[in-house]
Design a protein. Structure first.
Length: 447
C-alpha cells in the first residue's frame, strides 16, 4: 500500500509536467504577407506600358474585385519629355510618380520599379545585357514570390514589326523565366531560406515561399494586330463602369492622361488606341482550358505544385543556316519554356526606314563531327544591296559562324513589305533557306 505522501508527490510531479507538455507545442508558422497577394501581376518595360490592358484591368478591379500589381523593369529614364526639361534620372523620378498616379486612378496601389535602364532599340539581347540578365531575373522571381500571382500578363517575347521596343521584349522574357522558376527552390535559394532571427536587426534569409503561377498571357504592340485574333481571349473596352458611368475605354484614357511627359497621342489616336479590344496572346496554362478561355477559367486560390519547364535541349547533328541575333534566341527560348506555338504566330520579320540600313545576323551552325565549308547566296528585291565581303565560310565541328550583314533597301519600296532570302550549300547539298519579311517603314527606334 502506497503512503499518502508518495501519492501527493506523484500527483505534484504529474501536474508540474503539464506546462512542459504545453510548451512543446510550436507556434503557428507565419504565412506570407497577404497585403501583396494578387490575382494578376503585370510585368512591363516602362511607365505607361500598362495602359495596353488598363481598360480590362480596371473592370476586373471594380466589378470582380481582383487584385492587380505592376512591375516595371525600368523607370523610363530615356525618351522625350513633353512636360518639362527634365531628362535622365530626373525624368525617371517624374515618370515613376506619373505611373503611380495613373495606376491609382483605376484602383491599383502596388507597383515596383526595377533598376534596368531604358534602352531604346529592337534587340532583346541588348536590354538583357544592359540590365544584367541574372540581376533582373533575381528581382522578378522575388516579386513573383512576394505577390504570388495566379496569372502573369506581360509583353510578347518576340521580334515584331511595330514599336518593337527591346525593353518590352526583355520584360516578356524575364516574366516567362520567372513563371518557370519561382516555384523551384533551387532558383535563387537565398530568397526561400527560412528567416533566422526574423525579429532582430541581424537577420538572415529572405523567408519567401516558392510559388507557381498558373497562367501566363502576352500582349503586343505589333502593327498587324489582327494576326493575333483567336490566339487568346479578347475583351471589349465598351463596358460601362457602374461607379463612373463612363466606358472602361475612357477610364484607360484618363489613366493615360497622367503621363504628361509622354503626351504624344492626338485625341483621335488615343481614342482609337483605348477603344480597341484588349487582345491577349495565350502563353500557357497549368490548370487546363483552351487558348481563348477566360483568363481566370480553372483558377482557384489553391496553390499548385512546381511544374518543370522543358529547358534547353541539344541540337540534332546537322549543318544549318539560320537567322541569328534575337531570332536565334527565340527559337531556343520558346521550346525551352513550352511555348512552341508562339513560333507559329507569324514568320520572322523586321522593319527598316527608307534611307537607313537593316542589320541581318545569320548563323551557320555546324553540329556535325567534321569541319564544313558553306557557300552563301542572297536573293534581294530589285534595288536592294548587301555589304557582304565574303560568300564562302569554313565552320569547325560543333561550332557556329556568325555572319553580320548590313542591307540597304531601295527607296522605291517605301511603305511595302519585301522578302529577303539567303540560300546556302555545302559539298553539293543545299541547306534550308532563310527568309525575312521586311516592312520598309520607320518606327522611331534604332534597330
Amino acid at each position: 500500500m502506497r503512503k499518502p505522501g508518495l501519492i501527493l508527490l506523484a500527483l505534484f510531479v504529474s501536474i508540474a509536467a503539464v506546462p512542459n507538455l504545453i510548451a512543446q507545442q510550436a507556434p503557428p508558422n507565419p504565412g506570407p504577407d497577404n497585403r501583396y497577394k494578387v490575382d494578376i501581376l503585370e510585368v512591363v518595360g516602362h511607365p505607361d506600358d500598362e495602359i495596353m490592358v488598363a481598360a480590362y484591368v480596371s473592370e476586373l478591379t471594380e466589378q470582380q474585385h481582383k487584385r492587380v500589381a505592376v512591375v516595371y523593369t525600368t523607370r523610363g529614364n530615356s525618351g522625350g519629355n513633353a512636360a518639362g526639361p527634365e531628362q535622365s534620372n530626373a525624368l525617371a523620378d517624374i515618370r515613376e510618380m506619373e505611373a503611380r498616379h495613373s495606376l491609382a486612378s483605376y484602383g491599383i496601389s502596388n507597383a515596383w520599379f526595377l533598376h534596368g535602364s531604358d534602352t531604346p532599340g529592337g534587340d532583346v539581347l541588348k536590354s538583357l545585357e544592359q540590365w544584367g540578365h541574372g540581376k533582373a531575373l533575381d528581382e522578378i522571381v522575388r516579386l513573383v514570390r512576394i505577390t504570388r500571382p495566379e496569372v502573369i500578363v506581360t509583353w510578347l517575347p518576340n521580334y515584331v514589326v511595330g514599336e518593337n521596343h527591346d525593353d518590352h521584349q526583355a520584360a516578356g522574357v524575364l516574366a516567362t523565366e520567372a513563371f518557370d522558376l519561382a516555384a523551384n527552390p533551387l532558383a535563387f535559394p537565398e530568397q526561400v531560406e527560412a528567416a533566422r532571427n526574423r525579429l532582430n536587426i541581424s537577420n538572415y534569409g529572405e523567408g519567401l515561399r516558392p510559388w507557381q503561377p498558373k497562367k501566363i498571357y502576352y500582349v503586343s504592340d505589333t502593327t498587324h494586330f489582327d494576326f493575333f485574333k483567336g490566339n487568346g481571349p479578347e475583351y471589349p473596352t465598351s463596358d460601362v463602369s457602374p461607379s463612373r458611368k463612363i466606358p472602361y475605354s475612357r477610364v484607360a484614357a484618363e489613366a493615360w492622361s497622367h503621363y504628361k511627359t509622354q503626351n504624344d497621342f492626338t485625341d483621335a489616336q488615343l481614342k482609337e488606341f483605348t477603344e480597341m479590344p484588349v487582345r491577349f496572346i495565350f502563353g500557357k496554362s497549368l490548370v487546363g482550358g483552351t487558348a481563348t478561355s477566360d483568363v481566370f477559367e480553372g483558377i482557384s486560390g489553391t496553390p499548385i505544385a512546381y511544374v518543370r519547364a522543358r529547358g534547353y535541349e541539344p541540337r540534332a547533328p546537322a549543318l544549318t543556316l539560320e537567322l541569328g541575333g534575337p531570332w536565334a534566341f527565340y527559337r531556343e527560348f520558346w521550346p525551352a519554356h513550352n511555348l512552341e506555338h508562339l513560333a507559329k504566330l507569324y514568320s520572322p520579320e523586321a522593319q527598316v526606314e527608307p534611307g537607313d540600313t537593316l542589320w541581318v545576323p545569320l548563323l551557320i551552325r555546324n553540329e556535325t563531327n567534321s569541319t564544313q565549308q558553306v557557300t552563301l547566296h542572297a536573293i534581294l528585291p530589285a534595288g536592294w544591296s548587301e555589304n557582304s565581303n565574303a560568300s564562302v565560310y569554313t565552320v569547325a565541328a560543333h561550332d557556329l559562324y556568325p555572319v553580320q550583314l548590313t542591307i540597304t533597301p531601295s527607296p522605291a519600296h517605301k511603305g511595302t513589305w519585301q522578302t529577303l532570302t539567303w540560300n546556302a550549300e555545302s559539298n553539293g547539298q543545299k541547306l534550308s533557306p532563310v527568309t525575312l519579311r521586311v516592312d520598309v517603314v520607320g518606327n522611331g527606334l534604332p534597330q
